[in-house]
Write a protein that binds this ligand. Structure first.
Ligand SMILES: CC(C)(COP(=O)(O)OP(=O)(O)OC[C@H]1O[C@@H](n2cnc3c(N)ncnc32)[C@H](O)[C@@H]1OP(=O)(O)O)[C@@H](O)C(=O)NCCC(=O)NCCS
Length: 170
């Protein structure tokens, strides 16, 4: 895995001033702007609307000073895996602990709803996200060849409840 010095955030934000709450319909344009700034291939608006309708309590946003600065989309699969579909923090607000706070909130919610474990896919080159997931207790369980449309491989990572508890209590 690539490693790099963690850069200072462009905008320093006290985490105590950040509210994590369920996403609402009126948040979608702001969520989409962060999505477009964060990924090469952004999801279309319809996908966010459908996802919000189906998973209103595990689609969360981070709000600071009345502004949406990040979001996370989680859902419970039929096999009871809690799956993280997407997470992103506005580029100016990264490095403040907002991504970690969003992940902790959605993971807790998914376990409350009966998830047996939490799973996600991440680009093998995305060391920032991989670092974040490892810090929360996720482990790489397999590499999925050419998972992304540009041919890049993904790591499939999972978090067991006992590993999450250990991380949260430490
Ligand atoms: C991944 C992402 C959500 C992290 O959000 P963030 O708010 O910047 O993350 P946090 O400030 O909560 O940092 C949490 C951990 O992530 C890792 N991390 C964050 N920024 C990092 C960086 N620049 N370099 C290396 N690790 C980094 C660290 O392990 C950090 O823990 P620490 O602060 O205790 O050292 C954000 O970088 C992002 O939006 N990236 C673009 C979208 C994306 O790649 N999403 C994931 C798709 S699978």
């Amino acid at each position: 895995m690539e490693t790099e010095e963690i850069e200072a955030p462009k905008k320093k934000v006290p985490l105590a001033m950040v509210t994590i709450r369920p996403a609402k319909l009126f948040d979608i344009p702001y969520i989409m702007r962060i999505e477009q700034m964060s990924f090469k291939e952004a999801y279309p608006r319809g996908l966010f609307l459908t996802f919000l309708e189906a998973n209103p309590d595990t689609f969360l946003v981070a709000e600071y000073n009345g502004k949406i600065v990040g979001y996370v989309m989680g859902y419970l699969r039929p096999d009871m895996e809690g799956h993280i579909m997407s997470i992103a923090v506005h580029p100016d607000y990264r490095g403040n602990g907002i991504g970690k706070a969003l992940m902790i909130a959605v993971i807790k919610k998914l376990f409350e709803k009966g998830a047996r474990w939490i799973g996600l896919e991440v680009r093998v080159s995305n060391y920032r996200a991989i670092n974040l997931y490892k810090k929360l207790g996720f482990k790489i369980v397999k590499r999925i060849i050419s998972y992304y449309s540009d041919g890049e491989d993904a790591y499939y990572m999972i978090l067991r409840p006992e590993d999450f508890e250990r991380v949260i209590l430490s």
